[in-house]
Design a protein around this ligand. Structure first.
Ligand code: ZN
Length: 412
């Protein structure tokens, strides 16, 4: 280990001391009965409705979900459950995987929860023949109307997810979405250019998941064999264009979520706080985006902050980014990087850490006089250089937005 590396580690250790004060989710024990209960019920009926919700649950919704599941060429397991405090924790993201492990069959596993009459969900797709077809995430990113699907009832989004999974699985065309499943008031979105689409597929190909609409998408595909494109622009560096596309996708999306929150007739003080928090994050995201067209650190910072603004405004579910690579799915797992260092990480990176290795991380070029420029994980850069390295993109301390505003000023 070089002296430089050790120095960096020490610096990082200082930063990590902040971790103790992070408002992270308490390590709450899972109610063990929930996954067992659902998995057991699925043995007789792959559509599970929580007992507390069964009375009066609209049969038409269930019928639609059943019909969509029957049209798929793989098993579809669906659980409809209320959003309990336990499920509000980051742990709910693991539920489809936990359930799949219990059932042991390939298929599409959907866990959909309701809170304040809005439905959101998580899914995992495990393919019978291993990696085959496209990733579910890439199909969802290409499905331009996915964002406009109503979420005041469960069937529209669940049916769409099953259709998207079928397309990912065997390439069949996505059917049109019935007009009654679409929100009417959504502003028009500009069509992405072909280049954007290519960038997006490169991005997706690198194994980066994303939040799609209100759906958190995690596929085992990403964890198993991460598809990598044969050629990657700029050597092995994280492609700037992909990060830029994500920032440009999430900034307007967060803006819409904030406007939707503002439109509600009356506001509780919690909602006002959420709005202010989301706005501060979005403003900082815009500042970073305006200032960094080709700067991967600024663009990734903009992406993370916009995604968080969306999380805060739409569901009060703030998640830290994956410390190792902020462009990964959110840091839903605490990874023990060393004896005294714990960082939020995505599940892929957490797995790598579990195996005693350090994830590849977000690579940036370090311009070193003697050795030219080489690619290094961003966390080895001087934390004093910018707020992103100082806070691990907000993974180590949740004050990235404030720091950005302090360093770069307000929205330009
Ligand atoms: Zn990660």
């Amino acid at each position: 280990m070089s002296a430089l590396f050790l120095r960096r580690c020490r610096r990082l250790a200082v930063l990590l001391a902040v971790l103790a004060f992070l408002p992270s989710a308490p390590a709450q024990a899972a109610p063990p009965e929930l996954p067992d209960q659902i998995a057991a019920a699925w043995r007789t009926d792959p559509l599970y409705v929580d007992p507390a919700m069964r009375a009066g649950f609209p049969q038409a919704e269930l019928d639609r979900i059943k019909a969509a599941a029957a049209s798929a060429d793989f098993n579809v397991y669906v659980a409809l459950i209320p959003r309990t405090p336990y499920l509000r924790e980051e742990r709910s993201l693991d539920l489809p995987t936990l359930l799949q492990a219990r059932v042991g069959e390939p298929g599409l596993y959907l866990v959909w929860t309701v809170r304040d009459k809005y439905w959101s969900g998580v899914e995992t797709m495990v393919r019978p023949a291993g990696l085959r077809g496209r990733s579910l995430v890439s199909v969802q990113l290409d499905d331009k109307q996915d964002n406009k699907i109503v979420n005041d009832r469960p069937a529209p989004k669940i049916v769409r997810t099953i259709q998207q999974a079928s397309t990912a699985y065997d390439g069949r065309a996505l059917p049109a979405i019935p007009a009654t499943d679409l929100r009417q008031d959504t502003p028009r979105r500009t069509e992405p250019s072909t280049t954007d689409k290519e960038d997006r597929s490169v991005f997706v190909g690198m194994g980066i998941g994303g939040l799609i609409g209100f759906v958190l998408v995690l596929t085992l595909v990403l964890r198993r064999g991460r598809r990598r494109p044969a050629t990657r622009r700029g050597g092995t560096a994280t492609p700037v264009t992909g990060v830029r596309t994500q920032a440009d996708r999430w900034i307007p999306k967060a803006g819409r979520a904030i406007r939707a929150l503002e439109k509600q007739k009356s506001h509780t003080s919690l909602q006002l706080d959420l709005r202010d928090d989301a706005r501060a994050r979005l403003d900082a995201a815009k500042t970073l985006r305006a200032g960094g067209n080709d700067d991967v650190l600024a663009l990734a910072g903009a992406y993370v902050l916009a995604r968080q603004a969306f999380q805060v405004a739409s569901s009060d579910d703030l998640l830290p980014p994956c410390f190792f690579d902020p462009t990964h799915p959110s840091g839903t797992v605490r990874a023990a990087w060393s004896d005294d260092t714990e960082v939020p990480a995505c599940r892929t990176c957490a797995k790598t850490v579990e195996q005693g290795k350090t994830p590849r991380g977000l690579l940036v070029s370090r311009k070193s006089g003697l050795f030219g420029s080489d690619l290094v994980p961003y966390w080895t850069l001087d934390p004093e250089d910018n707020p992103m390295t100082a806070t691990g993109f907000g993974a180590l301390s949740d004050d990235l937005a404030e720091r950005v505003t302090r360093v770069y000023g307000g929205v330009r």
